[in-house]
Design a protein around this ligand. Sequence first.
Ligand SMILES: *Cc1c(COP(=O)(O)O)cnc(C)c1O
Length: 393
Amino acid sequence: MLKKDQFYLPDGVIYLDGNSLGPLPKAAVSQLNKTVEDEWGAMLIKGWNDAGWMKKPSIVGDKIGKLLGCAPGTTVVGDTLSIKVYQALAAALAMRLERKIVLSDNGNFPSDLYIADGLLRTLKQGHELRVVAPEDVYENITEDVAVVMLTQVDYRTGRMHDMQALTKAAHDVGAISIWDLAHSAGAVPVDMTACNAEFAVGCTYKYLNGGPGAPGFIYTRPDIAEDAEPSLAGWLGHAEPFAFDLEYRPARGIERMRVGTPPILQLAALETALAVWDDVSIHDVRAKSIALSELFIREVEANCPQLKLISPRNADERGSQVSFAFEHGYPAMQALIDAGVIGDFRAPDTMRFGFTPLYLDESDVKRAVEILTDIMKNETWKQPRFQKKGDVT
Ligand SMILES: *Cc1c(COP(=O)(O)O)cnc(C)c1O
């Protein structure tokens, strides 16, 4: 465990859901107060200049970019991930007008597929969204594919794509490559420069601990940044927003992927959360995450025969989460949460556990499995109160 004392974790809680919503960094509380009182409160509208609010999307974007092997000036923050997926895909399609296939997989997060489907329907140019099984992506990268749009780590199983190999396959047939790094950023080492994909997008409230509603990010490879057409031509992606021209002219490079007013309070929390990475290496985090995941798998398989591993057994093919299938996964997860072990459930039967070495250690993992074992042995999950479904699972 690397930074546990820097996070708020309620007493008695073992948090195995940082892959869905990272915990609150303690420093974010004072920073948020400062931003609210000293900037919003005291500076009012002057904050845009005096507190540097207008530059925050690029400054914070570069901090995320640094973690992902992106060159400075190639990553910007704003909106939500779904919007960033839309922007990346629209720009990619405009670079391959003669091709009509967008290739993705059925392990992708539904929002990415919905956004793609909606965009293709709006375009009305005969595009097709081709969704194949994750293991079949490679052989489906054919000459007619315009864009290969994938999420590196499958949100349900944790299965991880080989970014480099698939990007190369896409480029070999002349297709554009977009990677969604929602479950990669802050979890696994990524090198966008080496990977050479044209676009990457991601969110910041999962392993980057930016807080609920923290903005998404987008990266454009520097050599094509000036060719990327902004589909959402908002005023803050304009070359000169304060010229208030009636005609849109895109800003230079990645700045054109900005849309509207940035969320300054969320950015303050996010920027503080990113400071954790100043003296932590993603490679150390990855090594510890693998060790914790292996321990969890071993202990669960030894003690809870009812649960079946659905994540890849080989750590190199797995992100920073471990998933087990169990027919009564929903009530079992509710019973587990009630006992202080917070993971989550994904339909139809997946119990999902995230491993985040910034604030988790071996004793947490062992204790979590003891509690899980107890629930399985005593069938605590059968209690009626664990069957009720909330809005968010
Ligand atoms: C979490 C996640 C999202 C969520 O998108 P938002 O617009 O931030 O709600 C989208 N795609 C993937 C792959 C995700 O993991």
